[in-house]
Design a protein around this ligand. Structure first.
Ligand code: NAD
Length: 483
């Protein structure tokens, strides 16, 4: 099967007729081909989005919201189809796609459909002599670039707010996971989204993605992906003064104090370490445990992690499916080897598990736990983005915070303690954009989401996304005294 680009409401092959093989990570077999789009395809998509922009921007917010709600309804009806496709394209268990990824994609459309019709604007009176009001307008054609780990979930987290406020869009999903984005274009047609409002151009980042970033008629780029890629995006977009939203890598810390409720902490920490094969930017890959409970935590955590089932993503009992690609598994394994050279000990996993014969070409890896490393070493400061965690003891809160902040990343963190005073203070001292206390991945979509330091620039979520996808003008009207 060959996917096609979606430009101006039509499915079109890439102009230069180049294609990329897309693999099913659970078997290692080619499952379909993805257009390897070039600057010409991007240019056509931007032109289509540009032509659709004036009408879509002028469409009342309530009508735009109604289309987004129809998209959510249709996605919900097709949940099973999308969940299976997401799993076969990305390697994650179907149960995870069914329970998290696809429902969240529906929620993204519903959330921003609601948010845009409840938007409020500020008015400021200047001591009776002038009235200032804020006028918002959409930015134009939004360039939306998304990664492979939560393919539909993260792409729709961009599309929904961008379209809700009246922009049109050109999307460039990850070349590794384009399938559900392609299926979404069928939903767009069915929902009555006008042609050209949301276009998809598939292909490689340095080719199709870079052409979108450098396109002069795309004034906004929203990018989620790796920190290294973001440096090219900043550089390539700089001459055009684009609005940039960057959601990047993480190396998130879990700080577990001796008074933590371990019965809650351990199962949640197993999930925060290994959900989606550890390929969630918010996974906690560094676990710091206060010394009095270090041994108990390690034993119980390792036992629970050792019981996780790795294998066929279609099997409802599977906890971890396959990593996204052979190259990515190689990268993760290289860090496991490096851990040995840096003085660490692999106390659980570290190997490719045995799987059914028909899955032997898949990219599976056991949940892996490493101890004995120093917090400043490479394994503990660089993003691995796989089912690999380190566990390290600490004595004081100060020491734990210092360890947590010892990386260039600052996306998220977790604190486990029954002392709420400590929970607040440690959370506030951590250099990360999202901190959970006694939980993980509990998201209220109205809250600001995004990273500090090399984990990103800008915030998404609720009003933050609506602000990012609009331009605001202050209009000041002079008032002459009448009385
Ligand atoms: P990546 O940076 O390799 O690719 C992301 C997207 O950018 C893909 O669509 C890719 O094709 C495109 N791209 C690559 N080079 C480009 C270029 N030069 N110009 C324009 N586009 C380009 O990231 P990935 O490997 O797909 O995703 C994993 C990374 O994403 C991890 O670092 C992870 O932490 C991060 N991530 C962050 C968040 C967050 O919210 N902060 C969420 C999910 C994933």
């Amino acid at each position: 099967m060959k996917l096609a680009n979606y430009i101006g409401g039509r499915r079109v092959d890439p102009v230069e007729d180049q294609w990329l093989d897309s693999y099913n990570p659970s078997t290692g077999e080619v499952s379909h081909q993805v257009p390897s789009s070039t600057a010409v395809d991007v240019d056509n998509a931007v032109a289509a989005a540009g032509s659709a922009f004036p009408d879509w921007a002028a469409t009342p917010a309530g009508e735009r919201a109604a289309v987004l709600n129809r998209i959510a309804d249709l996605l919900e009806q097709k949940l099973e189809l999308f969940a299976e496709a997401e799993s076969s394209d990305q390697g994650k268990p179907v149960s995870l796609a069914r329970g998290v990824d696809i429902p969240r994609a529906c929620t993204n459309f519903r959330f921003f459909a609601g948010a845009v019709i409840h938007q409020e604007d500020a008015v400021h009176m200047t001591e009776g002599s002038a009235l200032n009001y804020t006028h918002r307008k959409p930015v134009g054609v939004a360039g939306l670039i998304s990664p492979w780990n939560l393919p539909l979930y993260l792409l729709t987290w961009k599309i929904a707010p961008a379209l809700a406020v009246g922009n049109t869009a050109v999307c460039k999903p990850s070349e590794l996971t384009s399938l559900t984005a392609y299926m979404l274009t069928e939903v767009f047609d069915e929902a009555g989204l006008p042609p050209g409002v949301c276009n998809m151009v598939f292909g490689a980042g340095p080719q199709a993605g870079a052409a979108l970033v450098a396109h002069p008629d795309v004034p906004l780029i929203s990018f989620t992906g790796g920190t290294a890629t973001a440096t090219s995006i900043i550089r390539d977009s700089a001459p055009y003064f684009k609005k940039l939203g960057l959601e990047l890598g993480g190396k998130n810390a879990n700080i577990i104090f001796a008074d933590a409720d371990l019965d809650n902490c351990i199962p949640t920490t197993v999930r925060s370490s290994f959900a989606n094969q550890g390929e969630i930017c918010l996974c906690g890959s560094r676990i710091f445990v206060q010394r009095p409970v270090y041994e108990e935590f390690l034993e119980r955590f390792t036992q629970a992690a050792g019981e996780l089932v790795v294998g066929d993503p279609k099997d409802p009992d599977t906890n971890l499916g396959a990593l996204v690609s052979a190259a990515h598994r190689d990268k993760v394994e290289s860090y496991i080897s490096l851990a040995g050279r840096e003085g660490g000990t692999v106390i659980l996993g570290g190997n490719r598990p045995g799987v059914d014969p028909d899955l032997r070409g898949g990219y599976y890896l056991e949940p892996t736990v490493i101890t004995g490393l120093t917090p400043s070493c490479r394994v503990m400061t660089e993003e691995i983005f796989g089912p690999v965690v380190t566990v390290t003891p600490f004595d004081t809160a100060q020491e734990a915070v210092a360890y947590a902040n010892m990386t260039r990343y600052g996306l998220s963190g977790t604190v486990w303690t029954t002392d709420l005073n400590r929970g607040h203070q440690v959370a506030q001292a951590m250099d990360a954009g999202v901190i959970w206390v006694n939980t993980w991945l509990l998201r209220d979509l109205r809250t600001p989401f995004g990273g500090m330091k090399a984990s990103g620039v800008g915030r998404e979520g609720g009003k933050h996304s609506l602000d990012f996808y609009t331009e605001t003008q202050n209009i000041c009207i002079k008032q002459e005294p009448l009385f």
